[in-house]
Ligand binder design. Structure first.
Ligand SMILES: NC(=O)c1ccc[n+]([C@@H]2O[C@H](COP(=O)([O-])OP(=O)(O)OC[C@H]3O[C@@H](n4cnc5c(N)ncnc54)[C@H](OP(=O)(O)O)[C@@H]3O)[C@@H](O)[C@H]2O)c1
Length: 267
């Protein structure tokens, strides 16, 4: 079985915390990073069946891994969660802030702002806390580090129903740039990945309805949905030394979806 990706050999042995590894993109990232030889701390919130599946997949690929739960709505628990994650392999080389909630709500239906607050907590405040703890821990021991934030195209171009989600992802991208600026001096790189439409367990039923798939895919110059493996490969690149000169950037991977403006289609 292949345990070292020929594309990113420097990732072999790197210790990476991936949040939200129990399904979807996080599970795909874990699989690609396991193939690159990373040692993985796999975070989940509630999906025990999903995280067990991810754990089995990565260990069958030869990766060392440990699973850690945490509910990021409980922001007080983030420091001790981070300390536990740091101790698993006596340090971490990389942090992938992937966990997120994909909330959809008309703002007028969320006047108390509960959904807005929860979305900001999980998608923005938790990555802030994890990033600052990670950067501080690296700084203390003068070790280089790398952070990848899983953002979204909604951070750049969005639509109705997504006030909370889009705000959280635009905030994540803005925060990423400041962290890249502040922490470059400590040899810590920080970038965002901005995925477009990537079918995951949560969305398979909707996105693979033929009419829905046609509507989406026709709008993508690349002619297909993204895959969790696409996102895993992009994450591996951002974590690797191949991206050594890249910090403070948003890597958009959306099959070209938001490159096209609202011009009429031309024959
Ligand atoms: N799929 C797409 O098309 C797409 C596009 C752009 C961006 N993204 C981003 O990709 C990331 C992963 O999303 P996904 O599509 O792969 O969805 P997903 O399969 O639903 O995964 C979401 C992950 O976040 C975790 N999570 C949810 N609530 C949490 C909480 N309160 N505390 C801690 N962790 C929590 C989940 O853990 P449990 O299930 O264990 O509770 C799960 O592991 C998100 O940040 C999302 O915004 C996805």
């Amino acid at each position: 079985m292949q345990t070292t990706s020929p594309k990113f050999p420097d990732l072999n042995g790197r210790r990476i915390l991936i949040t939200g590894a129990s399904s979807g993109i996080g599970a795909g990232m874990a699989s690609v990073l396991a193939q690159a030889g990373c040692r993985l701390v796999l975070h989940y919130n509630r999906n025990e069946v999903g995280i067990e599946k991810t754990y089995q997949t990565v260990t069958e690929l030869g990766a060392e891994a440990q699973v850690l739960p945490c509910d990021f709505k409980q922001l007080d628990s983030l420091p001790s969660f981070f300390n536990q994650a740091w101790q698993v392999f006596e340090g971490l080389d990389g942090l992938v802030n992937n966990a997120g909630i994909i909330t959809k709500s008309l703002s007028l239906n969320d006047k108390a702002g509960q959904q807005f607050n929860d979305t900001i907590a999980v998608n923005l405040q938790a990555p802030y806390l994890l990033s600052t703890h990670f950067a501080d821990a690296c700084k203390q021991i003068k070790q280089k580090g790398v952070i990848v934030n899983n953002s979204s195209i909604h951070g750049q171009a969005t639509c109705e129903w997504f006030a909370a989600y889009a705000a959280s992802k635009a905030g994540l991208d803005a925060m990423m740039k400041v962290h890249a600026v502040e922490w470059g001096q400590y040899n810590i790189r920080v970038n965002s990945l901005a995925p477009g439409v990537v079918p995951v367990e949560r969305t398979f039923d909707i996105l693979y309805q033929p009419a829905m798939e046609k509507k989406w895919v026709d709008a993508m110059p690349a002619g297909r949905y993204g895959t969790v493996e696409d996102m895993g490969m992009a994450t591996a690149f951002l974590l690797s030394d191949a991206a050594e000169w890249m910090t403070g950037s948003v890597l958009t991977m959306d099959g070209g979806l938001i490159a096209r403006g609202h011009y009429p289609y031309r024959d």
